[in-house]
Each structure stands twice: as structure tokens, then as C-alpha cells.
Design a protein around this ligand. Structure first.
Ligand code: DOR
Length: 429
């Protein structure tokens, strides 16, 4: 069987940085060192000159629209966008139609991911049946089907008694509950962040406290039950502060932030463009600074895209009618490199091994680059400049908030289970 040899890169993993080549065969790393594979017949050489070779990225938060809304993003195009973004695994959110609340839907999503063969698709499971917030989903059945992350994302679990029971059932199963923090009673009809900008534009606001109250409640439920919880897409300064304090107390909490929440503010809505409508909404510059600080000091563990494709006709409507959400998979690395004042090591940690641990896939993703390890790797050029052209994205939808933006940092190759699924920034299938 032919080998893949990644030549000339700087290897960066949880053990540190060093230069070297990486040879891969039958899905595993078979050698790490200088000048590997020279002259060996049948080697496929991947040039990594000027690049970082890192463990593959893991996205904890991706909306693939299959089953139900394939016109926005079938699993195949979403997987291709993920691979081009350097992700070797993505957690697929449960708000499909039908939702991820039965073993058969879980199996279907996983199988479609396997068929596409571009990244590992990890279906999340619902916390409540059909994400309706009234009855717990069959956790044991879904866990037996291999689900590790449970969430009603798109909705927060409103009922505190139900959330308490969810945690009590989750504990013995060893699964993780991931909360979309939004007290729905405070966000009815909301279009954007409640603040000066929204008053000026005359639009209904989504107040920061709607997120913060649920963060506060769930920190207390973690304290009560001792069961871990993950907070999805944190967007406000106060949320970051509460999570920081909870972690300092030793509570078992993890959190993520999306690139749009550390790069874009509510001022983007000035032109009433639905591409900037997202849930939770773009916040203030002070919130952006707090999210950045939270990532820099590790309060926020992971960068997760909340990739939310929407078919063009659904976004080309007035702001209040448009669905919330924006693309993220193909721009996450570049936005992180371009906008975060963090060492590359910490950025890769937040994109790779830290989310791999939260997703429960640390046995195969986010691994150190060592002989015998599964070959799930990302090779990226941290200095390459490029401009985001929506028509060139692999996603079936076009709702990127970065259209026309000049960014720095680009994925060159992605290796999934030893197979080069992205070579020279193009998908191989
Ligand atoms: O902006 C968002 N879009 N936030 C969510 O919570 C759901 C997501 C979607 O499914 O489009």
C-alpha cells in the first residue's frame, strides 16, 4: 500500500513544536523524522514547506441540514467544507427534520458522513424529544448508538426541573450535555442584540441577560448534580466572567465561542443585512474583547463554528423574517489567526485536542503526532493570504459574513484516517 509523506513542515501538537516529516500508511503514522520517504517507490509526497502540521481540527458545533433541508447543506457538502477548513471531525447538531432523537436518525447521519468520507461526522443527540423541551430523549438508546454530546441546540432547555433530571440521567452514562443558553421568554421576536445599535435601528432586541440567566442557572445545576456541562456559543462578557469563576471553583464546565462572536459586532446590522443575523446575536465590542480574553486565558476551551447554512432564498428576505445563522467551517482557522492575539499553539489547542476531548473522540482526533497514532492531521500555512469568495466555498449555501474579506491562514492538506482528503487546498472527492 502506498504511503503518504508530509514533507518539510513544522509539527505542532500538545507536546510542543519541532520540524520533521510524517509518514503515514494504513491509516496510522508510521514514522516521524527528517527526510522520510526519499526515493521510496509509490510514496505520495505532500509539500508542507512553510506550513504547520497539527492534529486534525474538531468542530463541536456544526449544522448539517440532512435529513430535512438538503437544499441548504447535505452532509456531503458540509463534510467537504469541514475538510477544507481543516476539520477531521465535526459534531452535527440535532435540529434536523426529523431531529436526532432516535437511534435510526443517529445511524443515518453517521452513515451519510461515512459515505462522504471527508471528515468524521459525530451526530449529537437531543436532550428532549424533538427538541420540544417537554420530555427527555432516550439517552441510553442514543448513548448506545455512540452519541456523546447531547443538546437541544437552536433551543435552550427552559424547564429547570427537566434540566436537572437530564443532568442526573447523563451522569452515570458518561455523556455530556451541551446547552444553548437562551431564556426564550426574554427573546421573543428578537432580531439582534439589545443595545444602543438596536434602538437606533428600531429592531426588537435579544438582551445579554437572556443568555446569562441560563448560564447562571446551569452553573448552579452543575454544582448541585456534579455532572459536567458544556456551554455552546458564549457571546457575552458576563457569561465569560461567570464561567471563569465557576471553573476557578473547580466546577466541571467547558465552553466554546464562535469566530463570528470574536470578530463581528452588532454594528454590522446597520445595513439590515440578514447575513449578519445569528443566534445568539452579534454583540458589542466589549463583549468581543471579553470573548477574546476568555479564549486567551482558557476560560473558553474551544473555537466552534456554529456553521449554520441557509439556502439563499431563505436569507434574501427582510431581516425579521430571515433565519439566524452563518457559515463558518471554511473560515474558522483564518479568522482565528487573523483576529486572535494568541500563540498559534493555543489557537490549535482550541481547534483540535481540547474540543476532541469534549466531543469524546480524543482516542482518534487531536492526538499527538507520533508513531502508531491514527493519521488525522491538518496542514496549514499560517501566513497565506486569501480573500473569501462565497461562490468558491464548498458549502451548498452562501451565507458567509466574511464575503470579500482578506484573511491570513489557509489549510493546505487534510488527512483523514491516513487518506489525503484535501490536497493543495482542494478536496480530493
Ligand atoms: O444562528 C443560529 N442558527 N443559532 C442557532 O442556535 C441555530 C442555528 C441554525 O440552526 O440555523
Amino acid at each position: 500500500m502506498s504511503r503518504v509523506v508530509i514533507r518539510g513542515g513544522m509539527l505542532l501538537d500538545q507536546t510542543g513544536e519541532r520540524t520533521g516529516d510524517v509518514a503515514i500508511e494504513s491509516g496510522r503514522i508510521i514514522a516521524v523524522g527528517e527526510k522520510l520517504g526519499d526515493g521510496l517507490h509509490g510514496d505520495t509526497a505532500l509539500d508542507a514547506t512553510g506550513c504547520v502540521v497539527s492534529p486534525g481540527f474538531v468542530d463541536l458545533h456544526v449544522h448539517l441540514r440532512e435529513p430535512g433541508k438538503e437544499e441548504a447543506e447535505p452532509i456531503e457538502t458540509g463534510s467537504r467544507a469541514a475538510a477544507l477548513g481543516g476539520f477531521t471531525a465535526v459534531v452535527a447538531m440535532p435540529n434536523t427534520d426529523p431531529a436526532h432523537d432516535t437511534g435510526s436518525v443517529i445511524e443515518f447521519v453517521r452513515a451519510q458522513g461515512r459515505k462522504a468520507g471527508l471528515c468524521e461526522v459525530l451526530p449529537s443527540g437531543c436532550i428532549t424529544v424533538d427538541r420540544a423541551g417537554t420530555q427527555l430523549a432516550p439517552f441510553a438508546e442514543l448513548a448506545a448508538a455512540g452519541v456523546h454530546v447531547f443538546t437541544d441546540d437552536g433551543n435552550g432547555v427552559q424547564d429547570p426541573q427537566l434540566m436537572r433530571r437530564a443532568l442526573e440521567y447523563a451522569g452515570p452514562l458518561g455523556i455530556v450535555l451541551a446547552q444553548h443558553c437562551e431564556v426564550a421568554a426574554l427573546t421573543k421576536g428578537a432580531v439582534m442584540h439589545e443595545g444602543a445599535c438596536c434602538s437606533r435601528l428600531g429592531l426588537p432586541g435579544w438582551p445579554a441577560i437572556a443568555e446569562e440567566l441560563m448560564v447562571m442557572r446551569d452553573i448552579e445545576l452543575v454544582r448541585l448534580t456534579g455532572v459536567p456541562m458544556h456551554f455552546l456559543h458564549l457571546s457575552t462578557a458576563r457569561s465569560v466572567e461567570m464561567v471563569r469563576a465557576a471553573k476557578a471553583e473547580g466546577l466541571n464546565i467547558t465552553a466554546e465561542a464562535a469566530p463570528h462572536h470574536f470578530t463581528l459586532s452588532d454594528e454590522q446590522l446597520n445595513g439590515y443585512d440578514p447575513v449578519f443575523k445569528v443566534n445568539p446575536p452579534l454583540r458589542t465590542r466589549a463583549d468581543i474583547d471579553a470573548i477574546k480574553a476568555g479564549l486567551a486565558d482558557g476560560t473558553i476551551d474551544a473555537i466552534a463554528t456554529d456553521h449554520a447554512p441557509h439556502a439563499p432564498h431563505t436569507k434574501e428576505v427582510p431581516l425579521d423574517e430571515a433565519p439566524p445563522g452563518m457559515l463558518g467551517l471554511e473560515t474558522a482557522l483564518a479568522l482565528s489567526i487573523s483576529e486572535l492575539d494568541m500563540p498559534l499553539f493555543d489557537i490549535v489547542a482550541a481547534l483540535s485536542w481540547k474540543p476532541a476531548a469534549i466531543a469524546g473522540v480524543a482516542d482518534r482526533h487531536g492526538r499527538p503526532i507520533e508513531v502508531g497514532e491514527p493519521a488525522n492531521l491538518t496542514v496549514f500555512d499560517p501566513t497565506q493570504k486569501w480573500t473569501v469568495v462565497p461562490a468558491q466555498l464548498a458549502s451548498k449555501s452562501r451565507n458567509t459574513p466574511s464575503a470579500g474579506r482578506a484573511l491570513t491562514g489557509k489549510v493546505r492538506h487534510t488527512i483523514l484516517n491516513g487518506v489525503a482528503v484535501v490536497v493543495n487546498s482542494a478536496a480530493t472527492k
